[in-house]
Design a binder for this molecule. Structure first.
Ligand code: HPA
Length: 246
């Protein structure tokens, strides 16, 4: 049976309903992960959970040790990762509260430790990344969102920006011209690192605000936090459904 791990993003620093049996503090050659890898039972099966930003929320997107996090999950025995990400909506269909299961991404980050193949330069491995997300895991997420009756898009392009600031209106217009539908700060290098370690990986994105210039107002943390509070129940129900069906 596939061993699943959930990486919780903003608003999901702990997985309520997870009966924790073990908390592993994994030391990695890349430093310390954002927190312990919790191993327990959720929706009737064993699952691992890691809070991307720490618990409580401590690491901003550009300070997350993505390499340590992915390495720790692999070390703990994970085979498939369900990553939860809060995003801004660019495409008109991506209103607040909408879900998206992206099928592709564009990486606009810079200066992040983004590969495990950094030191042994004689054996650099060029992973294929044509399709960054696992088709099988995406299909499970899509089926679960449909069964939960959530409003969602079954594909989309995720733009990963550096943060921690939000984007300018011109930057979002550029991402839109690039073909991006949603924008977040944590999808990369996480997805690529998972591929490097041969972990299945898919993203469940929750839109928590219209991206810059996509509404008449400026973006406030209060609206983002409210959207997270409103959407988190559906996130958990969707994850539970994926796991119980898997
Ligand atoms: N931009 C980038 N990251 C985000 C946003 C946004 O508008 N909302 C939530 N994460």
């Amino acid at each position: 049976m596939t061993v699943y791990a959930i990486i919780g993003g903003t608003g999901l620093t702990e997985l309520e309903g997870l009966t924790i049996r073990q908390s592993l503090s994994v030391n990695t050659p890349y430093g310390v992960p954002s927190g312990d890898v919790h191993v327990g039972d959720y929706a009737g099966r064993e699952v691992m959970f890691l809070a991307r930003h720490g618990h409580p929320h401590r690491f901003p997107p550009h300070k997350v040790n993505y390499r340590a996090n992915i390495w720790a999950l692999k070390q703990a025995g994970a085979q498939a990762i369900l990553a939860v990400n809060a995003v801004g909506g660019i495409h008109p269909a991506m209103g607040t509260g909408h879900f998206c299961v992206p099928h592709d991404l564009v990486d606009y980050t810079s200066g992040r430790e983004h590969t495990f193949f950094a030191d042994d330069l004689e054996h650099v491995t060029h992973i294929d990344f044509s399709f960054p997300y696992s088709a099988a895991l995406r299909a499970r997420l899509i089926a679960a969102l449909a069964a939960e009756g959530c409003a969602f898009s079954d594909s989309g392009v995720y733009a990963c920006t550096q943060g921690p600031r939000l984007e300018t209106v011109a930057e979002i217009a550029r991402l839109e011209r690039d073909g991006c539908d949603i924008v977040g700060m944590t999808g990369m290098p996480e997805a690529a690192l998972a591929r490097e370690l041969e972990l299945e990986y898919a993203c469940l994105a929750l839109v928590v605000n219209p991206a810059a210039g996509k509404s008449a107002q400026v973006i406030t943390m209060a609206e983002i936090e409210q959207a997270l509070r409103d959407g988190i129940g559906k996130v958990k129900a969707t994850l539970a459904r994926v796991l119980s069906a898997a």
